[in-house]
Ligand binder design. Structure first.
Ligand code: ADP
Ligand code: MG
Length: 349
């Protein structure tokens, strides 16, 4: 589908980086966002502002594009499904329905006989009391959580009363894993048996928000192979097309657990823009637009740090060395803990 017009739903930094990669491949992009001043407006060929259930805007968007993808998983399933009746949506919308819900997501991983931490569905306070053996744990809203939003750390059952949990929402309770490390595996699936896969990336979180990602990750060969194998199994099972990420926990005894699946390009893969011949974004465009699959090759080791909130002001003023790459997401409003940009530093292999 050379010269196809690609529709991207969602206009944040991931949408921006997808649009930039598409431009490099001579693919025109139309971004559809529910935020009037979304960053991707600066990088796309056309920008449509509207609610994700605005029928008129959806129809117009469909008319403008040949194939549709998305930059985040929380787009209403109905919207994606409606679009997919007229134009291809990749990855397919049914994947989102599963991954938008932490319970269905974890059930799927366990169905494949892959490890997750212990978890249980929580709908009322009594569900917590009877599952006290999962404490200390983390209570998470089943839907619409990101960057640690909608999560409560619970050490003991006595703490529950003071947390003001809104039981109109659905939750899962996960047993806390004693973390040694967190890693992520990013892959791009072009079709059956057709993958490009990046080496595991080591991630450091602060307050449940990704702070630093680096390659190579300091893990043994067995964990490297196992995490890549598990990520492929998940992608195959979902019949996924495009770039996706699997986040993993490694505990103190070197056990591997799947934490979550992101059915899209991922923050931990930003370093691939500079460290590899083909970035996670370019690979996504190549897969969904059915362009040539080129083997990925690491050119450099790398470290990426996320720039949150007010910190962006200093980074905007700084001068950079030749091996440093600063990305400003051009967000109009600075908010505390909001991802405003990132810096990738390259290192020789
Ligand atoms: P989000 O959707 O916000 O990324 P995650 O489930 O990935 O949510 O949680 C964010 C971070 O919180 C994880 O990367 C990890 O550092 C920590 N965390 C979440 N769940 C657990 C757990 N069960 N045990 C230990 N740490 C956890
Ligand atoms: Mg996560």
């Amino acid at each position: 589908m050379a010269n196809a017009v690609l529709g991207i739903i969602g206009g944040g930094q991931l949408g921006s980086m997808l649009a930039s990669s598409a431009k490099k491949l001579n693919i025109k992009t139309v971004v559809f966002s529910d935020e009037e001043n979304a960053p991707a407006k600066n990088f796309s060929n056309e920008f449509i502002y509207g609610n994700y259930n605005n029928e008129e805007k959806i129809k117009y968007f469909i008319d403008c594009v040949d194939v549709v993808t998305f930059e985040f998983e929380n787009i209403p399933f109905e919207t994606l499904n409606q679009i997919s009746k007229i134009k291809p949506v990749l990855p397919k919308p049914s994947i989102n329905r599963i991954i938008q819900n932490r319970l269905l997501e974890k059930d799927l991983i366990n169905k494949l006989n892959l490890n997750t931490t212990q978890y249980v569905s929580i709908n009322k306070i009594d569900d917590l009391t009877v599952n006290e053996d999962l404490l200390p744990g983390i209570l998470k809203t089943s839907r619409f959580g990101y960057d640690g939003k909608g999560q409560f750390k619970i050490n003991s059952i006595n703490e529950v009363e003071n947390l003001n949990i809104d039981f109109k929402k659905e939750y899962i309770l996960e047993k806390l894993v004693k973390l040694k490390k967190e890693i992520s595996v990013i892959l791009t699936r072009f079709g059956p048996e057709s993958f490009e896969i990046y080496e595991p990336i080591e991630n450091i979180h602060e307050d449940q928000i990704l702070k630093t990602s680096r390659i190579p990750s300091q893990i043994n060969k067995e964990l490297t192979e196992k995490s890549k194998e598990w990520a492929k199994m998940i992608a195959d099972d979902l019949d996924f097309i495009g770039t996706m990420c699997v986040e993993f926990f490694i505990d103190k005894n070197e056990n591997l657990y799947v934490n979550e699946i992101a059915p899209r390009v991922h923050n931990s893969g930003h370093l691939t823009i500079n460290s590899h011949n083909i970035s996670q974004f370019e690979n996504h465009i190549r897969a969904v637009c059915k362009l040539e699959k080129i083997p990925v090759k690491k050119l450099y080791n790398a470290e990426m740090i996320n720039i949150l909130g007010e910190n962006i002001i200093n980074y905007r003023k700084r001068k950079y060395l030749d091996n440093e790459f600063f990305f400003d997401y051009l967000k109009k409003e600075i908010k505390s803990k909001r991802k405003m940009g990132h810096l990738t530093t390259l290192k020789n292999q």
